[in-house]
Design a protein around this ligand. Structure first.
Ligand code: GLN
Ligand code: ZN
Length: 767
């Protein structure tokens, strides 16, 4: 009998209930009890959704972030938030979101002004976690309350019977690996202090009825040096004595060189991602000791395509024969990364819909596989036949293959990605046209998506507002942002992206080869969700997508207006992509389509075009050995998109929080005239990479964090820019926020930008 289980369930809710509850709590509109109540309801619902599984995850629910939860469990919240009076949940949100003294004058000195924890991407996903902070002096102290509450809840009200509740935690080695030593001390030196707390946690969970605990160590699918390999050995040999059975979970890729290590750790079970590494499973069988459970992730927890159930069974049945009771099956990773329920979709194209599976459908597939293994294929013959038919229809659909796109792809050559002149030559021509001051000021693109904008959009979608009414509402918003920017005295303006629900979906909706869902939300961080469009076929652009909005915005002002596009790599990385062709090929198709838009903007007289590549870095494979291949096609795609313009047209690009050291040559290879980056939380240290590389083009290092409501002071911005100017010549610096302002309120944006513009004036005066 194969055991069925799941590694984690999306917690945001099929209708994003958690998002709305969090946001209303943060605004003070609902009470803490109401928020907690909603958490309870969601957990109950999600356990009910997983009722058919043998083991269900517990503790995968989080009010903000599972890594921050783990930091709380380990008593490792940053010193700056500990010791505050007030509710623990509020302190938890303080680390998550930061808190400005300005908003809370009474508490400015005690718990008012607190910097948010740094956020970064969870492995190669688009989920952002709060980075654990360490110093050489870090001590850990167990706080098992969250896990114990959820465990009791699962067992008492959740209908999760004795032994079926499987607490999920992040493993000690991954926890250290993904954190940051604030004092550059050796994180691994903390392992010795950390392990007793893990041991105490495991024993506590055992004492409260947990038989199995899932410990996530996705770090095992990355390249590990000897010290980190040693740390894994140390950790699990020490935890071996605990009274629970450990399922060590790895996911997001292949074990490769770590297979021997993973197979030999003294744990009761090992989970591997068989969707990324089918070939690695058979050799692993030979390495595993004969009592160990092997859990195979046979359904992708990362994409939204139906699994080929028959092919999976053909492969799985002999393994099930060999392993018997020791075989577990599950999705490859937590389902956090996929939307909840395909059945919610009312408007999704029926043909495309028939090819898809969201979290609940994936659990359905798992049940079919389980029955086929445990009771024979005949018991699920209908389900298997339906699945096979859907996959065959997808392969044969003319909507997937477009011969004209294939032909254009075949014609791509190196000249397509080449600017006419080098940066040094074209920069003075651009300067002569744009006539910008030293330290020019700009923003990254979006202005607040106000309640009015969202209302107009939902009315429009519901058919209660016609085209003309919607256009007028968006034009009014564009005019408002242009007026505000002029009042503020910014140098290069943006139209504000009012008409865009999302920087990727907006383009996806206008491109052929894309489908989009109504409720296909996936958590990005905290209460923020994204709804990745679904790239299912060859990509083409039926008509111009942004030209009317940008030319309208330009007509309102004499200042230069940036044309604003999302780049091909980012569109790709933030979409659900095809599993039937390489990512590189989908990316080149996107590049050709966006290139046409760039050229149309230029033809319409737009002098600055920004092509956001916010997600370029997050597409990097987890293993360094595969980076070059990715960077080569990613940079080539950007160049195809951007570099067809005349020398006089200034190309900007933007990248969100990113380390640049190890990809700086590729960033330079993009050859954008200006790159704006997210740097404020790093205190401009990220610019070291640009300085060391002698990056030749212009840079706008972000001067304030847009993820938090804090308003930066003029003095702080000047200080940051002075640090920037120590690294990059002032003539090549721009002044801008870290990222777009869509999630902020105008009441925050105006004073923040006013301080920014004043700071730029102060810098010019001092130059
Ligand atoms: N232009 C986009 C905006 O301002 C860029 C967002 C991003 O980089 N994530 O919202
Ligand atoms: Zn950004």
């Amino acid at each position: 009998m194969a055991t069925l289980h799941n590694l984690g369930f999306p917690r945001i809710g099929a209708r994003r209930e958690l998002k709305f509850a969090l946001e209303s709590y943060w605004k003070g509109e609902t009470s803490r009890d109401e928020l907690k109540q909603l958490g309870t309801q969601l957990r109950q619902r999600h356990w009910a959704d997983q009722a058919a599984l043998d083991l269900v995850p517990v503790g995968d629910f989080s009010f903000y972030d599972q890594v921050l939860d783990m930091s709380t469990t380990l008593g490792n919240l940053p010193g700056r938030v500990s010791g505050f009076h007030g509710d623990p949940l509020d302190n938890y949100f303080r680390v998550a979101r930061g808190r400005s003294g300005l908003f809370d004058p009474q508490h400015a000195l005690c718990c008012g002004g607190v910097a948010a924890g740094e956020m970064t991407k969870w492995f190669d996903t688009n989920y952002h976690y709060i980075v654990p902070e360490f110093t050489a002096a870090t001590q850990f102290k167990l706080d098992a309350s969250r896990l114990l509450e959820q465990l009791a809840e699962a067992q008492e009200q959740g209908g999760v019977g004795e032994g079926r509740a499987k607490p999920v935690i992040i493993g000690p080695v991954t926890y250290l690996a993904i954190g940051k030593a604030k004092d550059d001390s050796d994180k691994l030196a903390l392992l010795e202090r950390l392990l007793p707390v893990y041991a105490e946690l495991l024993d506590t969970l055992a004492a409260h009825g947990a038989e199995w605990v899932q410990i996530d160590e996705p770090i095992l699918v990355t390249e590990l040096d000897a010290d980190w390999q040693h740390a894994l050995n140390t950790a699990y040999h020490q935890l071996k004595a605990c009274k629970v059975k450990i399922l060590l979970a790895t996911y997001f890729g292949q074990l490769q060189d770590n297979a021997y290590l993973a197979a030999n750790l003294p744990v009761a079970g090992l989970h591997v991602d068989a969707t990324s590494d089918q070939a690695g499973v058979l050799p692993l069988l030979g390495l595993l000791s004969p009592h160990k459970v092997l859990s195979l992730g046979v359904i992708s927890g990362r994409n939204i395509w139906k699994t080929d159930l028959t092919a999976t069974l053909d492969w799985l049945e002999p393994i099930a024969q060999r392993l018997g009771e020791r075989l577990w099956i599950a999705p490859s990773c937590s389902l956090l990364h996929v939307p909840v329920d395909l059945d919610s979709e009312q408007k999704l194209d029926a043909e495309v819909k028939s090819w898809l599976a969201f979290a609940l459908q994936k659990l359905g597939e798992l049940r079919v596989l389980g029955r086929a293994l445990n009771e024979g294929r005949a018991t699920v013959a209908t389900e298997l036949a339906t699945n096979t038919a859907a996959l065959a229809a997808r392969r044969a659909s003319p909507r997937v293959t477009n011969p004209a796109v294939q032909a254009a792809l075949a014609r791509i050559d190196a000249s397509l990605g080449q600017r006419k002149s080098a940066y040094a030559q074209r920069a003075p021509w651009q300067a002569a046209i744009l006539k910008l001051p030293l330290y020019p000021t700009t923003t990254i693109g979006s202005f607040p998506q106000t309640a009015e904008i969202r209302h107009a959009r939902s009315e429009y979608r519901a058919g209660r507002l016609d085209d003309a009414g919607y256009q007028a509402a968006m034009r009014a918003e564009i005019e408002r942002s242009v007026r505000e920017q002029e009042k503020l005295g910014l140098d290069v303006l943006v139209h504000g992206e009012a008409e865009r629900n999302d920087m990727v979906e907006y383009f996806g909706e206008q491109l052929e080869g894309y489908a989009f869902s109504q409720f296909g939300w996936v958590q990005s961080y905290g209460s923020r969700c994204v709804k990745p469009p679904i790239l299912f076929g060859d990509i083409s652009r039926p008509k111009a997508m942004t030209v009317e909005w940008i030319t309208y915005a330009q007509s309102l002002t004499k200042k230069p207006m940036k044309g604003m596009l999302t780049g091909p790599v980012t569109i790709l990385n933030w979409s659900f992509v095809r599993d039937d062709q390489p990512r590189s090929m989908s990316c080149r198709q996107l590049a050709l389509a966006i290139r046409e838009e760039v050229l149309d903007l230029e033809k319409a007289g737009v002098k600055i075009i920004q092509i956001d590549e916010a997600a370029l870095r997050e597409g990097l494979p987890l293993r360094k050995s595969q980076w070059k291949e990715y960077l080569d096609w990613a940079v080539e795609s950007f160049r195809i998109t951007a570099n067809g313009v005349r020398d006089e047209t200034q190309i900007h690009t933007h990248m969100c929080y990113s380390e640049f050291n190890d990809i700086i040559a590729s960033i330079a290879g993009m050859d954008a005239d200006v790159i704006t980056i997210e740097t404020s939380r790093s205190d401009m240290e990220l610019l070291d990479a640009f300085e060391n590389f002698q990056y030749p083009n212009e840079i706008g290092p972000g001067v304030y964090d847009i993820h938090s409501p804090n308003i930066p002071t003029q003095g702080h911005i000047v200080q940051l820019m002075e640090k920037a100017a120590e690294r990059i010549p002032a003539e090549r610096l721009w002044v801008n926020p870290d990222c777009g302002l869509k999630t902020r309120q105008w009441a925050e944006v105006i004073p923040a930008l006013a301080h920014m513009v004043e700071a730029a004036r102060e810098l010019r005066a001092g130059a």
